[in-house]
Design a protein around this ligand. Structure first.
Ligand code: 3LM
Length: 401
């Protein structure tokens, strides 16, 4: 029987964008560690520069290993084209600056990763682009903030660090009624758990440093969207700011993506167990995890996500001081920023990832001084829970003193 069925996501994580090297049969893609590519003649070089002949020119403009990664992520997100960058921030900055000009206005969901906030509110303001934070869980508020010059709506779902969700379909429909481009930062989910383009978003950005790489050994970014827009990004803000991904780092991401499906399933399974443990702990006031039935976002999560992911955050009785004690007593969990690694990472957003966000903006976005964020890794869930349990016992002892 002829196969017409689209292969499943796990299959595409392994195979999309890749085939054995036609020259040698190597299954692992070659790392084309070269800065430049030879032309057979002046005419060939000129034709490549003129875009009249396909082929590589110079690694800042394109590289075969990087191209394999771009093809894979475009396939997984269900987009027409993708561009890779040297970091998530490079991807976000390149996409935003390719889409707006001085005099334009940008809306963004708050909370958002601290450097994205800083980039939009500070850097873009200096180039005449105003940005307004909105709560994307309140579409009415988003609509009221739209101005005639609003060009872009950028948001994370789930959001860093509070795990607030946004309804991608509802916001995309709303934005499109006003000719506004919707960009979703899908870092917390990866395409295995959520594909924003299927819900109406125009573009997706990633810090590929996180679940896509998955092993805590590479800093990278990705953007996916319509071919015309991605070609514009490539030929303007990628080419001229030059924030490219190296061929070796592209190879690490290709390797990481092979196991994305099983990693995301285990991250999600472990995080749910940890969230349930934390939820019943007397020293924990609130747990933010969309997989918990108690989450106000649980229904939306079931609708637009294929799993609940590896990130959660929580607030302790005793606020900041309790958080300090907890972080200083964990043993298996590592006190570190970043997320999506094999290792469980624990951090304090107010003093770390979101320290650059002004305190009033943090408070408005629900980032309290006592909030702790956990990126649940691939260890045995019982071991992660045992570690948190002994650290929480230390918090309890400190409070009795
Ligand atoms: C962090 N986040 O620990 P890079 N979008 C999202 C992110 O979480 C991040 C980026 C973009 C963290 C990094 S904090 C110093 C460490 C949702 C990064 C930016 O440029 O690849 O770091 O991506 O929350």
């Amino acid at each position: 029987m002829e196969q017409t069925r689209q292969p499943g996501l796990a299959t595409r994580c392994v195979h999309a964008g890749q085939r054995p090297d036609p020259l040698t049969g190597a299954i692992s893609p070659p790392i084309y560690q070269t800065s430049t590519f030879a032309f057979a003649s002046l005419e060939q070089g000129a034709a490549r520069f003129a875009g009249e002949e396909p082929g590589y020119i110079y690694t800042r403009l394109g590289n075969p290993t990087v191209a394999a990664l771009e093809a894979k992520i475009a396939d997984l997100e269900g987009g027409e084209a993708a561009v890779a960058f040297g970091s998530g921030m490079a991807a976000i900055a390149a996409v935003v600056t390719a889409l707006v000009r001085a005099g334009d206005h940008v809306l963004f969901g708050n909370p958002i990763y601290g450097c994205t906030y800083d980039f939009l509110m500070d850097v873009m303001a200096r180039f005449g682009v105003e940005a307004t934070p909105v709560d994307p869980a309140r579409p009415g508020q988003v609509e009221r903030a739209i101005r005639p010059n609003t060009r872009l709506l950028l948001f994370e779902t789930p959001a860093n660090p509070t795990l607030r969700l946004a309804d991608i379909r509802a916001l995309s429909d709303l934005a499109h009624r006003h000719q506004i481009t919707v960009v979703v930062d899908n870092t917390f989910m990866s395409p295995y758990l959520q594909r924003p383009l299927e819900h109406g978003a125009d573009m997706v950005v990633h810090s590929a440093t996180k679940f896509i790489g998955g092993h805590g050994d590479v800093v990278a970014g990705l953007a996916v969207g319509p071919a015309e827009v991605m070609a514009r990004v490539r030929s303007t803000t990628l080419k001229n700011f030059g924030g490219i991904l190296s061929p070796f780092d592209a190879w690490l991401l290709l390797r990481g993506l092979k196991t994305l499906a099983i990693r995301m399933e285990r991250h999600s399974e472990n995080a749910l167990k940890v969230a349930r443990y934390l939820e019943q702990h007397p020293l924990v006031m609130r747990v933010y995890y969309p997989g918990l039935e108690s989450s106000p976002y649980h229904e939306l999560a079931r609708r637009q996500m294929d799993g609940f992911g590896g990130l959660l955050s929580f607030e302790l009785m005793g606020g900041m001081e309790a958080g300090r004690t907890l972080l200083n007593h964990v043993r298996l969990c590592t006190v570190a920023v970043s997320l999506g690694d094999t290792d469980t990472l624990i951090q304090h957003p107010a003093s770390m990832t979101h320290a650059v966000v002004p305190p009033e903006a943090r408070a408005a976005a629900g980032i309290s001084d006592g909030l702790v964020r956990l990126s649940v890794g691939l260890e045995d869930a019982d071991d992660i829970i045992a570690d948190l349990d002994q650290a929480l016992a230390a918090v309890g002892r400190a409070q009795k003193r």
